[in-house]
Design a protein around this ligand. Structure first.
Ligand SMILES: Nc1nc2c(ncn2[C@@H]2O[C@H](COP(=O)(O)OP(=O)(O)OP(=O)(O)O)[C@@H](O)[C@H]2O)c(=O)[nH]1
Ligand SMILES: [Mg+2]
Ligand SMILES: [Zn+2]
Length: 353
């Protein structure tokens, strides 16, 4: 065997990944984890290895075939060339910003998502619901971390509002600069665990990463006083080693998390509304003017907030739009791929003639 699996455990390796290895892989490859994604380069590491490599070229029609931070890759043990991307335990993805309508992979093989927001103007139920849907879609445990608890007299109000967004969701209010305050988060940071920090710029993701890793190596920067917005200080996604033997992924602040392919995640987060829609008199009820609408009855009774209904409608429409455009594009890429193959084949045949 070319590698020792117990050394790999330190990097988050487990039976899920090991079971994907063929006998030959044990002889000829070494598994490495993608530790960071920079513009145009990946940093990969494993026992006794730490190197930069170019990003993987995606397979036509499969935008998920590129490697993202947290992924496991098999390298040829002689040449260090990447041979295979291992199947993921979890994957966060979004519709990339801009007009290109690309899919962007955020991170793979994460066990817990710390959804970071602050007890200030950054706090938004609508934004938290997006992140909760992302986590539920990926089957990753979400923990809502409300930073800057030291800057408000009423952190418990923020906690109460956040707790209502998903039954049973864990919410912690902390001063991200203070190790004692952040100690409540170490329960998720145990050996072999990977925890990701996601949230807007300036909410304190890197501050928290410094506190939890016990260093001050990661750059942080003050926010704008007037609107509490951050300055996009972190520019790369990188895994940091935790003293508790887990890994913490710090990421750049996200301006807008556009959901894609998150239908079941949304159904989980808005299970209360979905349950109501199932009891409307008409199965195709639009919850507008139809008689016997359980959703409107709940709003009139005060058991469903009209704003929550609006947020659900918006997210479901956005997800459907983005998911459809992705499916359309994949179909187009496949057709294009076939066309190219057809041209190559006919040229080859012409040459033979
Ligand atoms: N008082 C207080 N300040 C905090 C807390 N968390 C973060 N800060 C401050 O908020 C500012 C922004 O923190 P960062 O850690 O750089 O934020 P970030 O989320 O990493 O931002 P980006 O890298 O731009 O995405 C810094 O000045 C931190 O010191 C907190 O809990 N309490
Ligand atoms: Mg940062
Ligand atoms: Zn209805």
């Amino acid at each position: 065997m070319t590698f020792n699996t117990s050394d790999l455990t330190d990097f988050g390796w487990n039976a899920f990944f090991h079971s994907q290895l063929e006998f030959d892989d044990l002889q000829t490859t070494i598994p490495v984890r993608v530790m960071a994604v920079h513009r145009g380069a990946l940093t990969v590491a494993g026992p006794g290895l730490d190197m930069q490599m170019p990003p993987l070229t995606p397979t036509a029609g499969d935008e998920e075939s590129v490697a993202t931070v947290g992924d496991w890759l098999l390298l040829d043990h002689e040449t260090n060339r990447p041979l295979r991307l291992l199947q993921r335990k979890s994957l966060f993805k979004r519709q990339a910003p801009g007009t290109a309508r690309r899919l962007q992979l955020i991170a793979a093989n994460v066990d817990t998502l710390f959804i970071v927001s602050s007890c200030n103007a950054d706090f938004s139920a609508a934004r938290l619901e997006r992140y909760l849907a992302l986590a539920r879609e990926a089957d990753v445990t979400p923990v809502i971390v409300l930073t800057k608890a030291d800057q408000t007299d009423t952190p418990e109000e923020f906690v109460r509002t956040a707790s209502k967004l998903l039954p049973g969701v864990l919410v912690e209010a902390v001063d991200a600069r203070d190790a004692n305050s952040a100690a409540c988060l170490t329960a998720w940071c145990g050996s072999g665990q990977t925890v990701a920090l996601l949230g807007s710029s300036g909410v304190g993701k890197s501050t928290l990463a410094n506190t939890l890793t016990g260093t001050s190596k990661i750059k942080t920067q003050g926010i704008r006083e007037d609107d509490a917005k951050g300055r996009h200080t972190t520019t790369a996604r990188a895994l940091h080693r935790l003293p508790t033997n887990g890994w913490l992924l710090d990421t750049p602040g996200i301006r807008e998390l556009q959901l894609t392919d998150a239908k079941s995640g949304l159904e989980d987060v808005f299970a209360d509304i979905v349950a109501l829609t199932e009891t409307c008199r008409f199965s195709d009820c639009g919850h507008e003017t139809e008689p016997g609408c359980a959703v409107r009855t709940a709003i009139e009774a005060g058991t469903l907030e009209v704003n929550r209904l609006k947020r659900w409608r918006k997210l479901v429409a956005e997800d459907a739009r983005n998911t459809e455009s992705l499916a359309d594009r994949h179909a187009r890429e496949r057709t294009f791929g076939k066309m190219v193959k057809g041209i190559v084949k006919s040229k080859r045949e012409q040459r033979k003639d």
